[in-house]
Design a protein around this ligand. Structure first.
Ligand code: NAD
Length: 356
């Protein structure tokens, strides 16, 4: 087991990573929350069915209440948020209660926002169950979606701890593994060329990741995420670099319809696009063809789906909450591990999307 310390300006906490780490949760709660009144576990239908029997019995002394959200982005609606708060009130949670987020990034975002809002904020812990959640469970950004935009309603609310039990990842579909692993690759590209080289030489099949590969990729990814959030918890500066590949990625995800294309798969296309722009305008020297061959071997698509309109993608990029004043800011790489933010004109982007 590895314990990675996350240091933000508002809070310090640990991410415990390893097979079976969920067995430490009860000791953690007893030693850190001696007057804990109630626990609400928030999960989704799939994770609840597959794994609740591996979590609830471990904390049975607190007789946890369970709220089950629908799977995927459907967990992040106002209606589900409202129902989760109602469940918390019906079960008499109070200011000394705690929420456990048990699921992927969607459940983590929902649960964290419920915890941030309930009685003006109660503690929560993350028990992530997807590869993508190595990213989303760390850093304290929590949110639900508005019909007009993803993650538009939210807060910064750091968890008390993260228990990342790799045993729970074995049931993930190939598509969800790919989605999550795109964020691991992103972390390498924006921060650590050696990590990138290791990934590229060691990982050739995402459906046959060994425990060692998974452990090393995820611990390294979490450490990199910590480097950014520890210096910029509220995204006033370098935390924005974590959006590498996301500007176009979010636009593709939204144009394809949430749930039809996973987050990470869309981000991978966004990363290939951003790498090409980086080579053209940021001086990046990098073999993009070699990169594309590798990620295609891992099962990723690297082209923008042909039926998507360049104008609509641009308009979506301009709505992104990271854009400001109507212009699109892109995260580009000067070198692997050296990101920068650059404003790009509409014409330039349209042209490059059309000729991608
Ligand atoms: P998810 O939570 O929707 O999970 C994806 C699917 O996998 C769901 O259908 C879920 O039921 C299923 N699943 C989860 N764990 C499983 C398991 N162990 N076995 C089998 N199936 C399992 O999605 P995700 O990809 O983990 O996260 C995406 C969400 O994370 C998005 O809403 C995104 O906005 C958010 N996100 C947040 C941050 C942040 O900093 N807060 C960062 C990145 C992404």
């Amino acid at each position: 087991m590895e314990a990675i310390k996350i240091q933000t300006s508002s809070k310090q906490y640990e991410v415990f990573v390893g097979e079976g780490v969920r067995s430490e949760i009860s000791t953690f709660l007893s030693s850190n929350f001696s007057d804990l009144t109630r626990i609400l576990i928030i999960t989704d239908e799939t994770v609840g069915k597959l794994h609740m029997d591996k979590l609830a019995p471990l904390i049975s002394q607190w007789e946890p209440a369970i709220f089950t959200a629908p799977g995927g982005e459907k967990a992040k609606t106002f209606e589900v948020f409202y129902e989760a708060l109602s469940t918390a009130l019906e079960n008499r949670l109070d200011r000394k209660s705690l929420i456990i987020a048990f699921g992927g990034g969607a459940v983590g975002d929902l649960s964290g926002f419920v915890a941030a809002s309930f009685m003006r904020g109660i503690p929560f812990i993350q028990v992530p169950t997807t590869i993508l959640a190595h990213d989303s469970a760390v850093g304290g950004k929590v949110a639900i979606n508005h019909p007009l935009g993803k993650n538009m309603i939210g807060a910064f609310h750091q968890p008390e701890a993260v228990f990342y039990d790799l045993e729970l990842l074995h049931t993930l579909s190939k598509q969800e593994i790919r989605s999550g692993f795109a964020e691991v690759i992103k972390h390498a590209l924006i921060y650590d060329n050696n990590f990138y080289k290791w990934l590229k030489s060691d990982i050739h099949r995402l459906d046959a990741l060994s425990s060692r590969q998974l452990f090393e990729s995820l611990t390294k990814g979490i450490q990199i995420k910590n480097e950014f959030v520890s210096k910029d918890e509220r995204e006033t500066g370098i935390r924005a670099y974590l959006n590498f590949g996301h500007t176009l990625g979010h636009a593709i995800e939204s144009e394809m319809g949430y749930g039809n294309f996973t987050h990470g798969e869309a981000v991978m296309i966004g990363m290939v696009f951003a790498l090409k722009l980086s080579r053209e305008v940021a001086g990046l020297s990098f073999d993009i063809d070699e990169f594309v061959t590798w990620v295609q071997e891992l099962g990723y698509q690297t082209e923008i789906p042909a039926h998507l309109s360049a104008e609509r993608l641009l308009s979506k990029m301009k709505q992104d909450k990271k854009s400001s004043g109507g212009s699109v800011k892109f995260v580009l790489l000067e070198q692997i591990g050296k990101p920068k933010l650059q404003e790009l004109s509409d014409d330039f982007l349209l042209n490059h999307i059309r000729n991608f």
